[in-house]
Design a protein around this ligand. Structure first.
Ligand SMILES: NC(=O)C1=CN([C@@H]2O[C@H](COP(=O)(O)OP(=O)(O)OC[C@H]3O[C@@H](n4cnc5c(N)ncnc54)[C@H](O)[C@@H]3O)[C@@H](O)[C@H]2O)C=CC1
Ligand SMILES: O=C(O)C(=O)Cc1ccc(O)cc1
Length: 561
């Protein structure tokens, strides 16, 4: 039989956590952490279950000492238990006003601090290790008036106490670490905990450590620092997303030791385990319609956030209409020109209380179609990510979010996912998105394609381009090259967008004709005046900043032409 060591007494929250972990195991209750960990290290028990964090108390003070005493083994799993603390009295007559003494465990007092400060500010607190023993002794002593016990309602009832207040510390959840002798395998939704030895002072050490994770797009779930009792040097506890078997994480840790801390043996990996979510999540599953490059890109990242993801398309065996009933949020991610038809086809099948998220490069028409094709109780939002499927991360990349009056908690959760991974979120109205994507995407794509056509018609070779390119003309050449070296369908779809992006291209054509006329007429003074008027509109502030950037680009690219 599996033996699990935990903190007693029987029925304590730790004991319940151990039973949760394995209800068939032999759970042994220890009074002190030290004795428990000694038994674990001597392999007298297979697992140890210990509280490490409470949402109201914060970190359990001894967390660093825990791990110092854990001389062998791994942190392999976690449990999160809700603690419902109630207030019980011994007599029929006592009420909140008549109480003089409160009996409870130290950590329970900490969890209930807010309630005690508000309703029992002058009460005497008696902190006990074993609540069962304490209740029995008070009963035996016979002086029960004015005394109350804080503990779970079950324990209070089991002792025949009368509950006068329920759930005095709402949202109190405790996280328990499960320690084992064999490292936990990779699940794809993991986290890794590590602690450092006391570190020597070094300017920027903390920033450099954090930067190493940020640079690799690794999210940090928890970080605490403490001064080592004896040396008063800094110690760091850190929990990051990923498994130690993931190359990205293991090389980050190796780099930290070798290049940042520059001393061997300063980082101890406590273990990797399935990630625990102390944060509230509403969405369990996403279902994609469209199995293309962007769907796969998002699906992979949502899966590593712990979401269940179903991908459906025109040829998948799971049909979109079957999938829609199985998920919380439907994501439509098909070519822009197919988006409205897809919304009309599947939108009506989405039930109230769910969400429709459009991942598309066109906003006004698609949102209008979605608003009329779905129930009013379906959440709705559009996201246009301004990066392609070849991007490694979304860190510092722009994501346009078009919320609607029907964007609720599900939509916010998807937005939080973008934010978490470092995307720069920009909020637009549907029309503003389309107008500005005319400038940001449609027009430069149209120009790039027309430029390549012109090179072709005039038999201009790549060597001719290179030998006659100036620092200024390099930019349209680069844009043209980007457009012509990626998926042609993506750019064809961008050029075919409707809405206000069309106005931008049409105005451009009108202005192009006008400029050509002035140029053909050699109207130098008028052309100069036009450039000056444009510069005033662009503003000297904008121009100075962009010119500075351009000169930085010159530094790199100038050498290549
Ligand atoms: N590829 C990119 O660089 C970016 C794409 N996007 C947006 O992502 C969305 C999807 O684009 P990608 O994944 O790149 O396209 P893709 O061409 O890689 O995939 C599109 C998917 O839709 C399916 N599909 C094609 N025609 C369809 C139709 N008539 N009905 C139903 N399904 C159809 C295809 O079979 C494929 O599974 C677009 O709205 C685009 O604006 C956004 C940012 C960047
Ligand atoms: O055009 C680019 O350079 C890209 O980075 C890819 C891209 C393609 C389509 C979009 O809707 C948004 C971005």
């Amino acid at each position: 039989m599996k033996i699990i060591a935990t903190l007693g007494p029987q029925q304590s929250l730790s004991w319940q956590a151990a039973v949760h972990f394995d209800s068939k195991a032999d759970v042994r209750a220890y009074t002190h952490v030290k004795a428990l960990l000694d038994a674990f290290v001597r392999k007298e028990v297979e697992y140890a279950v210990l509280p490490v964090y409470n949402t109201r108390e914060g970190d359990k003070r001894q967390v660093f000492r825990f791990f110092d005493d854990m001389k062998a083994g791994y942190w392999v799993d976690n449990l999160v238990l809700q603690a419902h603390q109630s207030l019980g009295v011994f007599t029929e007559t006592d009420s909140i006003e008549t109480l003089r003494m409160l009996i409870g465990q130290r950590e329970v007092f900490q969890q209930c601090a807010e309630f005690i400060e508000k309703y029992l500010p002058d009460i005497t607190e008696l902190s006990v290790q074993d609540i069962n023993q304490a209740i029995n002794e008070i009963r035996k002593g016979g002086r029960t008036e004015g005394k109350a016990v804080i503990n779970s309602a079950e324990t209070l009832r089991a002792h025949g106490l009368r509950i006068i207040e329920q759930d005095v510390a709402p949202h109190s959840r405790t996280r328990y670490a499960v320690l084992g002798h064999v490292a936990a395998p990779l699940t794809g939704y993991d986290a890794t905990a590590l602690i450092t030895e006391p570190l020597d002072d070094r300017v920027g050490l903390l920033v450099d450590i954090l930067n190493e994770f940020s640079r690799r797009g690794i999210n940090i779930l928890d970080m605490r620092t403490e001064n080592d009792i004896k040396t008063q040097k800094l110690r760091i506890y850190l929990e990051a997303e990923g498994h130690i078997q993931n190359e990205n994480l293991s090389s980050a840790i190796a780099h930290l030791e070798a290049k940042v801390i520059q001393q061997r043996g300063m980082i101890r990996v406590l273990g990797s385990f399935p990630r625990v979510d102390m944060r509230t999540k509403y969405i369990k599953s996403f279902g994609f319609i469209g199995t293309g490059a962007m769907s796969q890109w998002f699906a992979q990242r949502l899966e590593s956030e712990g979401y269940e993801v179903l991908l459906t398309g025109r040829t998948t065996s799971l049909r979109p209409e079957e999938m829609i009933d199985q998920v919380d949020a439907v994501v439509i991610c098909v070519p822009i020109s197919a988006t409205s038809t897809t919304i009309r086809q599947y939108g009506p099948l989405i039930r109230a209380g769910k969400a429709l998220i459009l991942l598309a490069g066109e906003s006004e028409e698609t949102i209008k179609t979605a608003l009329i094709s779905t129930s009013e109780a379906v959440e709705l939002m559009l996201v246009h990510n301004l990066w392609g499927p070849q991007a490694a991360t979304m860190k510092d990349k722009n994501a346009i979010v078009v919320r609607t009056a029907r964007s609720g908690v599900f939509c916010s959760e998807f937005e939080a996912f973008l934010y978490k991974h470092g995307a720069e979120i920009i909020y637009d109205s549907p029309a503003k998105h389309d107008l500005l994507m005319g400038i940001g995407q449609k027009l430069p794509t149209v120009i790039s394609v027309a430029l390549a056509m012109t090179l072709n018609e005039n038999n201009i070779t790549s060597d001719d381009i290179a030998s006659h390119c100036t620092l200024t003309s390099l930019y349209p050449i680069l844009a043209m090259s980007r457009v012509h070296s990626q998926n042609s369908r993506t750019y064809a779809e961008i050029m075919a967008t409707t809405g206000d992006s069309r106005k931008i291209v049409l105005d451009f054509v009108k202005n192009l004709r006008h400029v050509i006329q002035m140029a053909d007429a050699a109207a130098i003074a008028e052309l100069c005046a036009l450039i000056d008027r444009n510069a005033t509109h662009l503003s000297s502030q904008f121009l100075t900043a962009r010119m500075e950037q351009a000169m930085a680009v010159d530094e790199v690219l100038g050498r290549m032409i």
